[in-house]
Design a protein around this ligand. Structure first.
Ligand SMILES: Nc1ncnc2c1ncn2[C@@H]1O[C@H](COP(=O)(O)OP(=O)(O)OP(=O)(O)O)[C@@H](O)[C@H]1O
Length: 351
């Protein structure tokens, strides 16, 4: 019995109001699974006792039918949220954007920006419309990675409001907070100032119609992450870690924070960056697990979240990032393959 199986089963339970399933609608909270015991709370758009009872019995049936008939299930109810609550605020201010993917890491330097950028490019490979938003106010790296440092985005007037127009590179739209403010100004933002800057940065961009918007979040877990998740309705969170224990310990903090049900941002899974080393000109499949093997995969298993894949440590990935040619547009087949596999896993989890 895994978290994923239970959530998949619960997707069979639909809300009468809008036909949405209770998982996608964010009604399932605090899901805990221990051997045969499953418990969670339901937060429904209505307090009507009959509807509560109906949804509860359908949820029990769905789990017994699709997961295990022996499951012992405990379902509580969280009162209907008030209009000021997160649940209500979470409606997207980005109406043309279908799926929003937040890429996060517990600590800095694990390759979060590299993964976000190449994930965005890999998602666009099948013709999907993709945007990349670099919201890492403490170290925006998209301008360098895409060779657009110093460029200033244009503004467009939409219904009397000045909106920022993203740049376009390698077939995707992109915008970095580093293109709007001086690098050294961004790093001194703290607390409410950073939160309000990020909120404005999200709501004042004209992304147009997008299938996927990938957000490169600041490293760590703080107020700014909460602001972002409460401002927009994120479809899923991708956690980046390296195989080492220290990065994994920080990834656990990310899982704990982003796993909070009231944030309404499901964790899509964990991706391990710099999993193994491929020397330049190596024969195919020559891999060196210099930081240990399967650290993030084991972590994913321990927390019952999906493992999304391994990205190798390759000199070309770093070099490409430094000169404005991300791995996905280079001719390095090993790294491209890894990012395309990651994009496929992410797409499948968002279906
Ligand atoms: N798989 C990889 N192979 C080789 N180099 C990599 C790989 N992933 C990232 N790097 C390099 O590691 C450095 C840090 O990567 P990146 O800036 O993406 O990390 P980050 O987690 O976003 O950092 P920060 O949190 O400080 O913004 C960069 O020089 C990048 O090119």
């Amino acid at each position: 019995m895994t978290r994923e199986n239970v959530l998949n089963a619960l997707k069979n339970v639909l809300l009468a109001e809008n036909g949405q399933d209770i998982v996608t609608a964010g009604c399932v909270q605090d899901l805990a699974i221990e051997k045969y015991y499953i418990s969670f709370n339901l937060i429904l758009p209505t307090d009507d006792a009959d509807i509560r009872l109906k949804v509860k019995s359908e949820a029990i049936k769905a789990i017994k039918d699709h997961v295990s008939k022996d499951a012992v299930i405990k379902i509580g109810f969280t009162p209907k949220p008030t209009p000021q609550s997160t649940y209500e605020q979470n409606t997207s201010p980005l109406p043309g954007v279908k799926k929003i993917i937040a890429v996060v890491s517990g600590k800095g330097g694990v390759g979060k920006s590299t993964v976000a950028a190449n994930l965005a490019l890999a998602l666009a490979k099948d013709g999907s419309k993709v945007g990349l938003m670099d919201a890492d106010i403490y170290g925006p790296s998209v301008p360098i990675m895409f060779g657009v440092r110093g460029e200033r985005p244009m503004m467009r007037d939409i219904n009397g409001k000045g909106m920022i127009v993203p740049l376009e590179r390698f077939g995707i739209k992109l915008l970095s907070i580093g293109l709007l403010v001086d690098d050294n100004k961004a790093v001194v933002w703290r607390g409410p100032m950073a939160s309000s800057a990020i909120r404005q940065f999200i709501t004042d961009v004209d992304w147009g119609d997008l299938d996927y918007l990938v957000i490169d979040m600041p490293p760590g877990t703080g107020d700014i992450h909460l602001t972002l998740l409460q401002t927009i309705s994120v479809s899923g969170v991708v956690i980046v870690s390296t195989p080492q224990d220290v990065a994994l310990a920080d990834a656990k903090k990310g899982i704990a924070m982003f796993g909070q049900a009231q944030l309404n941002a499901p964790i899509l899974g964990i991706v391990e960056n710099m999993s193994y080393f491929i020397p330049p000109n190596a024969v195919p499949d020559q891999k060196y697990y210099i930081f240990g093997r399967h650290g993030a995969r084991n972590l994913a298993e321990e927390y019952e979240i999906p493992f999304l894949g391994e990205i190798p440590l390759i000199e070309n990935i770093r070099e490409g990032g430094d000169i404005g040619v991300p791995a996905m547009v280079s001719d390095d087949e090993a790294s491209k393959k890894a990012f395309i596999e990651l994009a496929t896993s992410v797409k499948n989890r968002l279906l």
